[in-house]
Design a protein around this ligand. Structure first.
Ligand code: PLP
Length: 394
């Protein structure tokens, strides 16, 4: 089918929940994709921070094919070898105690919210309230969309679940004002992604950790977007030198295969007992075999060193752009954003026409979340296209 044939059929049969760009990528290799009409694009979206090893990585493909010939699915009624191996690796890297597997970021956060509440329920403490943050994004289920501090995602879905209160990011006082004897957890993204690439300040995170320790509150980090090596450390919180009680992952964990995880310290994980939470497809042999390969690749010291180097190079290259509509360039590692003084929707379209895929984060921020194995040459190519697109952008 051609782009137009795919789009026409899609508009007729696929539910109208996305306003999609008018191309249909059908093939990918590394950080390149090709649409159905054969046009090539440099992909700095990476399936929205998912394709951490690029498209069709040969090792990832081999891991998938090897497991596909062995066993796909048996359910969590039984022990699953690659799942157990993955749990051990993630627990070791994160400094947590136990892993729970699911299929998406929303599901991982839903599990984290449920664990926090059940933890206090088991202790006989009536705590259930979760402090979350304005401009955050935690997913689209009813609980996670309520945890998301952006009204536009919640509109029309009332009544929303009770027990979420909203503080301002990097504003300690706004957090302190919300703490009471019902507070179970504080939940935040160490780097806010969808909300516009906002970095947590080190003193803020340290102070939040101290408050949680003093008051017995659980600290939940949502690393669905900023985890899996994206910031140059395996977990973004490792850049700050503090540990959460619960951390969630998804997106990059399966490198393109649907996969989510919630990791918790042994203390926090003691909130769950058999029957408390479950997922039919959580941690299947095939998903965990793929994720094991991703984790092994990213977990290698040299890999993250290179992400750090290319991250700095991307940041420096973006900082060389001359455009008086740019307000700020900010980010960490290969999670960078350019904030403009206007909406960037048209700029994304122009970049696409010139063969570069980029994405917004909020209305005014152009976001760069490419595969983690891009080269400096790929960055140079992207910046040339972006420079031309900026000139064309009225
Ligand atoms: N949390 C964060 C930080 C995210 O960026 C996202 C998705 O963009 C989610 C949660 C939801 O993940 P999913 O779309 O896999 O449910």
């Amino acid at each position: 089918m051609t782009n137009n044939e795919i789009i026409d059929k899609g508009q007729k049969y696929v539910m109208n929940t996305y306003s999609r760009y008018p191309i249909a990528p059908v093939k990918g290799q590394g950080c390149l994709v090709w649409d159905a009409d054969g046009k090539e694009y440099l992909d700095f979206v990476g399936g929205i921070a998912v394709c951490v090893l690029g498209h069709c990585d040969p090792g990832l493909q081999a891991a998938l094919e090897k497991q596909a010939a062995l066993l796909w699915h048996v359910s969590n009624l039984y022990w699953i070898e690659p799942q157990v191996e993955l749990a051990e690796k993630l627990v070791t890297i994160s400094g947590m105690g136990k892993a729970f597997f699911c299929n998406s970021g929303a599901e991982a956060n839903e599990a984290a919210i449920k664990l926090a509440r059940k933890y206090f329920y088991r202790r006989g403490e009536p705590r259930y309230e979760i402090i979350v943050f304005n401009h955050s994004f935690h997913g689209r289920t009813l609980a996670t969309v309520t945890a998301t501090g952006q009204k536009k995602y919640q509109e029309g879905f009332a009544p929303l679940p009770a027990g979420f209160v909203y503080a301002d990011y990097n504003d300690l006082e706004s957090v302190q004002q919300l703490i009471n004897d019902k507070t179970a957890a504080i939940m935040l993204e160490p780097v806010q992604g969808e909300g516009g690439i906002h970095l947590a300040q080190a003193q803020f995170l340290t102070a939040i950790r101290n408050i949680c320790d003093q008051q017995g509150i659980l600290l939940i980090f949502d690393e669905v977007q900023c985890g899996m090596g994206r910031t140059g450390a395996f977990f973004a919180y490792q850049n700050y030198g503090i540990n959460p009680d619960i951390v969630t992952l998804a997106k990059g964990l399966g490198g393109g295969f649907p996969m989510g995880a919630m990791l918790a310290t042994d203390r926090a994980a003691s909130g769950f007992a058999p029957g408390d939470h479950a997922s039919t497809f959580g941690g299947t042999p095939i998903a965990t075999a793929v994720a094991n390969y991703v984790v092994d690749t990213i977990g290698a010291a040299q890999f993250l060193e290179i992400v750090n180097e290319t991250g700095i190079y991307l940041c420096e290259s973006l900082n060389k752009l001359q455009d008086n509509r740019i307000i700020e360039i900010r980010g960490m590692g290969l999670m960078q954003g350019i904030e403009f003084n206007r909406e960037i929707k048209d700029l994304v379209q122009i970049c696409m026409q010139h063969g570069l895929l980029v994405i917004g984060a909020g209305a005014n921020v152009l976001r760069f979340v490419p595969p983690l194995n891009i080269t400096k040459g790929d960055i140079d190519r992207a910046v040339v296209i972006l420079t031309a697109a900026l000139q064309e952008w009225q």
